[in-house]
Design a protein around this ligand. Structure first.
Ligand code: PEP
Ligand code: MG
Length: 748
């Protein structure tokens, strides 16, 4: 076989393109592609296999094998050399195919006569679509140039497959984004939603794959890369030095944008006949295929950076922005690699659900999704490559699962589940204006946790009696600069207005630990959860806390104000914080501003130490709110962010309940109001236990108010209290089984 030259590849590509411009049925086109490729490469066989489903490849066109085998011969992923190419997502090149491990003889194709084999994956942006193979009778190894040339053809086929050029009829191939896919991710916000995909970053559509003039294309690429470099330098210049992580990402972008290797590969692709954008995408696809195989998280992140960079370059080359002119579906489910909190807030409550390929349970986007009460599933592999705008999608936020293009049976089962939940919601809604009054007559106060204005509409709809915890740091977290005092005043005033006279317990800034603000300098700490956080920062560097206290007083404009301080570990910390507040009150009075008609100051009890503070502390505070999330992590020495230990210790563990009883008793003795505002307050069985040991107020996510109220109304708290006492006397480790048995006896 003659050595292939650059011009051969160009000719081949051009012939392929011409072939494609003739309107003909898909199968005919495929047949022509294999014929042209075989001719051009001087081989006996060229065959194309496409995925029929995620596990099965089907021979879809061939030149050289028996034509009767087309659409008959099928292979499992990993089966035979073709299956091996698909599984490894990289070329297999051998001079002696029958001797190669994994070779499988397929008599129907007549392939025994062909000795040499070269197969390359057909893939688009990391999605495996099929395998393209050439074979010849003579035993020969294919050159690097030939491998490269065949990869370029495979890329063109991938693009065409994506555009639906081949099978516009009802035949479905995995490649064509038509088959159902079930993708497992991680729950970040519970709830179910049905709707249509709305891609946050719509794909860049490439229509010209082949170039007429490689010199001109090379110039286009160079020009675009130049613009890309300038844009990254500009980003770097404006990023500032504070956000180290952002800086690092941009530095990596910069490194890639100046990478000779990347550039050289794309230039090579163009010389072989691809257009500049097709060349960018070919390298992007190859990088995505590598991404799937890299086990190291750091390297994976870097490959993601390269992927982002390729997208930027594609947008420069094609001039396509995010705006594609597509109209948002009626029931949009946002699909994105990742999204910032500000962008998510902009979409707001229009969204039915959100699915992210990355993300983190504690991320700012998650905080916003929770505030908006939108089901959110994160860490969903391949979702941005699998989903197309408009695809039917079911989001099971509770199970952390996504059904893409589900079939009818899945959809109807899902709808049944949603209907059941809607019924339960109706039941809860009917309890909205009723008290959480247990059968014994005790009434528990149910409040809600909030942190953004977006939360406030839930106050009325949930039936909560107050905002028991307003996490003020969220406003600081979701923006990229420090809010000004006027911003704070406006925000707090809006919160109080929206609460319409119901109490709001504002918690002062709780930063540090998992809550990091990009614009604030922070020391690197070995163990930030037990480090310089929350009130500790406020007392040591009082500037921001003072500004916040002033803003709260001004926002109250004479209305009642309730302030609570986070992570108070000692009585003196509370006294100092309270004095700061009093000084600000005096100052505001001197400035002639209206003072709150009533002022309450409380402490969050989040460290065991505060439970044993002197009696005078309990007398000084107006109220105590148990921050169960932190208290539990410190009580059991189990990091709340660490998946390995997070769920290891039960809230209904008898030691913990006994400890909580100490706090209840001390508050009872000193007549101090006590509430509990950790996540456990929103779990009905746990909430019942907390109420049973004498905690009279529980603050939780708005969606939990209904279920908790419903259970409390059916229970008798004296019985719960006796049950816990019995478990304690018997020396059991946890009260959960006994409590679950008890709950099972309660009538709906
Ligand atoms: C807690 O620790 O229980 C709490 C309510 O505060 P956060 O979850 O914001 O730390
Ligand atoms: Mg806390």
């Amino acid at each position: 076989m003659p050595h292939r030259t650059e011009t051969d590849s160009r000719k081949l590509l051009r012939r392929l393109r011409d072939e494609m411009s003739v309107a003909s049925p898909g199968q005919e086109r495929l047949d022509r592609i294999t014929t042209i490729t075989a001719e051009s490469m001087g081989v006996d066989v060229c065959s194309l296999y496409l995925f029929r489903d995620a596990e099965t490849l089907e021979l879809c066109a061939t030149e050289g094998l028996r034509s009767e085998a087309v659409h008959q011969t099928r292979l499992r992923l990993g089966e035979g050399l073709v299956g091996k190419v698909a599984r490894l997502a990289r070329p297999v090149n051998t001079a002696d195919a029958p001797a190669e491990p994994g070779f499988r003889y397929m008599p129907e194709t007549g392939e025994e006569v062909f000795t040499s084999f070269l197969g390359v994956p057909v893939q688009r942006l990391g999605e495996r679509l099929g395998v393209l193979v050439v074979q010849a009778k003579e035993p020969r190894l294919y050159s690097d140039d030939e491998i490269y040339g065949l990869e370029v053809v495979a890329m063109v086929i991938a693009e065409m497959t994506e555009l639906g050029v081949f099978f516009s009829d009802s035949t479905s191939y995995a490649a064509t984004h038509k088959n159902p896919a079930v993708l497992q991710g991680v729950t970040a916000q519970e709830g179910e939603a049905e709707g249509e995909v709305w891609l946050h970053e719509p794909r860049v559509v490439i229509t010209n794959l082949v170039n007429d003039d490689s010199r001109a294309e090379l110039a286009r690429l160079e020009d675009a890369v130049g613009k890309l470099r300038v844009s990254i330098d500009e980003l770097l210049a404006t990023a500032g030095t504070r956000d180290k992580e952002h800086q690092e990402v941009l530095q990596t972008y910069r490194m890639f944008a100046h990478s000779r290797g990347w550039m050289k590969r794309m230039e090579e692709d163009i010389r072989l006949g691809l257009s500049a954008e097709a060349a960018v995408e070919k390298e992007q696809s190859a990088a995505r295929a590598r991404l799937e195989r890299v086990p190291d998280a750091y390297l994976r992140d870097r490959l993601h950076d390269l992927d982002d960079l390729s997208n930027r370059l594609l947008r420069i080359l094609t001039g396509q922005g995010r705006e594609t002119g597509a109209t948002m579906p009626d029931r949009p489910i946002l699909v994105a690699r990742n999204i910032g909190p500000g962008e998510l807030l902009e979409y707001g409550r229009n969204l039915r659900g959100v699915v992210l390929e990355e993300g983190a349970v504690g991320s700012h986007a998650t905080i916003v999704a929770r505030a908006l009460a939108i089901p959110l599933v994160i860490n969903v592999p391949r979702i941005t490559t699998e989903a197309l705008t408009g695809d039917h999608i079911l989001v099971d936020g509770t199970e952390g699962m996504v059904h893409l293009r589900p079939d009818d049976s899945v959809t109807s089962a899902f709808r049944d589940k949603m209907a059941m939940q809607a019924k339960a919601q109706e039941r809860y809604a009917s309890l909205r204006d009723k008290p959480a009054k247990a059968r014994c007559g005790a009434v528990i106060q149910l409040k809600m946790n909030a942190g953004l204005m977006a939360d406030l509409p839930s106050l009325a709809s949930s039936g909560a009696e107050a905002v028991g915890l307003f996490r003020t740091e969220l406003q600081f977290l979701i923006q990229d600069r420090m809010p000004r005092r006027t911003d704070l005043v406006a925000n707090y005033a809006r919160v109080l207005d929206a609460a319409g006279g119901l109490p709001v317990h504002f918690r002062t800034l709780d930063i540090g630990s998992d809550k990091v603000m990009p614009y604030m300098n922070r020391p690197d700490e070995p163990n930030p959860a037990m480090g310089w956080r929350a009130l500790r920062v406020g007392l040591d560097k009082p500037g921001v806390l003072r500004m916040q206290l002033q803003a709260l007083i001004r926002a109250a404009k004479g209305r009642a104000l309730s302030v609570m301080f986070p992570l108070v570990a000692t009585a003196s910390e509370f006294s100092r914080a309270r004095s700061m507040l009093m000084r600000e009150i005096d100052r505001e009075a001197r400035l002639g501003h209206a003072l709150p008609e009533r002022l309450e100051t409380g402490a969050m009890l989040e460290t065991p130490s505060l439970a044993f503070a002197p009696k005078s502390f309990y007398e000084e505070v107006d109220f105590i709110s148990i921050g169960g999330n932190d208290l539990k992590q410190f009580f059991f020495a189990a990091d709340r962010e660490n998946e390995l230990v997070r769920k290891r210790y039960d809230t209904l563990n008898v030691s913990f309940l006994t400890f909580l009883q100490v706090i209840v008793d001390r508050c009872y003795e000193t007549e101090t109001a006590l509430s509990f505002c950790g996540e456990d307050a929103g779990r009905p069985v746990d909430a019942l236990a907390l109420a049973g040991i004498g905690i009279g107020a529980l603050s939780m996510r708005p969606a939990s108010v209904g279920p908790v109220k419903s259970l409390i109304r059916r229970a008798n708290l004296n019985e719960v209290s006796e049950l816990i006492a019995r478990v304690q006397t018997r020396g059991l480790e946890t009260a959960r089984p006994a409590l679950l048995d008890y709950v099972a006896t309660l009538v709906e």
